[in-house]
Design a protein around this ligand. Sequence first.
Ligand code: PLP
Length: 377
Amino acid sequence: MYEKIINADMQGDVRIVDLRSDTISKPTQQMREAMYNAVVGDDVYGEDPTVVELERRSAEVLGKEDAAFVVSGTMANLLAIMVHCNQRGSEMISGDNGHTFRFEQGGSAQIAGVQTALVKNNEDGTFNLDELRQRIRKNPDFHEPVTSLIVVENTHNLCGGKVLPLDWLEKVGNIAQENNIAVHMDGARIMNAAVYLQVPPKRVAKDVDSVCFCLSKGLGAPIGAMLCGSKSFISKAKRFRKALGGGWRQAGILAAAGLVALDTMIDRLYRDHEHTYRIAKAIYNMKSNIFKVDLATVQTNILLMYVDCSKVGIKELQRRLQTVLQTDSVKASVRCTSLNYNCVRFVLYWEITAEDVQLACEKIQLVIKEYDEKFKL
Ligand SMILES: *Cc1c(COP(=O)(O)O)cnc(C)c1O
């Protein structure tokens, strides 16, 4: 179809703007230096001072007693599920678009032996509280699993980086307390939520028993996530972490980057949010019938662009955004992902500069115009 494709990697004047995910972000120079100079020890013995410091700081930032440094957000969520659902025959409640349900390979079932009950996610990442109440099994008889956990996601990835309202979280917390079950927040991007709400991260995590966040997404660290909760929760989580092969040794090398992430990368997240909004506005301004964004719902660093799939296939769109034709006036290759069948996702992070954003806007507009003109005929 595109005969005269310029290979983006080969062509000097083509700029690659990779908006597939904030996990792509690389460590900053300051992180690399901190890693090089990190004081380390054997963390399985609790003797890595840099890990100890990162765990102390993370617990403080999230307003919890203790924290565990783990390999990934996926591991953090799995550990939380294993600790909260410690009884065989347990059930957890999750939104049907939740990351733990959709994208963690069913680890809760595969490894923790926990059944998931789904509630339908609203477009803002919340779910209906009456439906939640109905899912909770009160005084389960011996036919039924035991409801042990509610998982919420903040910001909500598949819902386009939506921030859960604080009053909704408080209600979820109250319902859980009334029923004596735990709430875990998959806060992979909780720092983006806190920045959006202009409150400290611990305010966002106030109503949940445990919370995890990723160091390796918008915060730019190379590897790692933090799981935070009570002292006894974390000591149980660390026990399971060892069984999963997640006991690591001189992990201070990685923790050092995590400390720099906490110190330097949270306050700048608002810029990613501004950049995301700029791209959303550029799409909105095209007034296209094929490509749509809902400006009112663009809150953090994730943007969903909805596509009329009867006209344009998602794969085809991705290819066109990525391709630079010789005739194209904009020399940018824009990369994005498709998580839902009817939209593509753009995610912003620190390495994406204002100039990159400008180029991305122009390229997306060029492609939108091309399709709009094609379907006008
Ligand atoms: C990325 C992500 C995770 C998993 O984190 P990994 O470090 O990639 O395992 C969990 N939950 C949400 C909402 C995420 O976006």
